[in-house]
Design a protein around this ligand. Sequence first.
Ligand code: E4P
Length: 294
Amino acid sequence: MLTNKPKSKILVDGGDPDETSQVQKLLGFVDGQTTNPSLIAKSPEIQQRIASGHSLSAQEEKEEYRKIVQAISPLVGNAGVSVEVFADLDTRAKEMLAQGEEMFTWIPNAYIKYPCTHEGLRAAEMSVREQIRVNMTLCFSQEQAAAVYAATKGSKDPVYVSPFVGRLDDRGENGIDLVKNIKMMYKRGDGHVHVLAASIRHLDHLLAAFALDAELVTVPAKVLEKWAASNFAMPDRDFSYKAANASGARLKPIPFEELDLNLPWQSFEIAHELTAKGIQKFVADYRSTLKRSA
Ligand code: E4P
């Protein structure tokens, strides 16, 4: 069991309460959990139903999602459970907000995940006014993180922004640089947005997130098991992150940008190809669990 807790809060990236429970036993604690439509589609409950020939209606899928987060909620600490709205590229802010309002009532420690898009940011802006906690997901650029900061100013609770490290690595860019750049940019801010390093694929990502003092990091159970097997290795003072992909090729650095956090959020360049791709993948995974007629 872990005796020296890192400063970064540790969340489980998954959709299975049993898995969260196992991690809880392994670490002795779990600070929080992130879920998303792909992870929920893969959850054992939903997969069993599909395997026995019972695809779900949209309402049944929502009910399953609710049951899953209600089972996870009491297992985790104060970093809460992030629950993602179902949004495609045409979903408007009002519709996302309506889903967020409902999901926020499911559990006492919910964070509502909206995508880092124009509509997602509008939904977040309205949510924080209603004191709905938010986690801005599918973040792939410093501009998006600046927009998250500006759109959620005045939030009573910390707002999370989730830079997706592994998916940037996948296309040859050093995702860890994005975490570093956002942290550096936010130093000039009021501290209301916390960086949640996401899309963590291996132990080095985890150690780099710790070394950068990311406020939170969400990690698949498999990577946490590797961390436990390493006897909960921590980055020492000389830790330097090897920005390389699985085959050893160097990842392209992402340069820091000078951005003014006091500008209106709409003035930032919000669009990012990977955000749009991410939404499409979530929609496809979600639809794969639904009845054809749904
Ligand atoms: C974060 O909240 C996401 O669920 C997650 O980290 C995505 O990771 P992936 O790129 O491995 O799908």
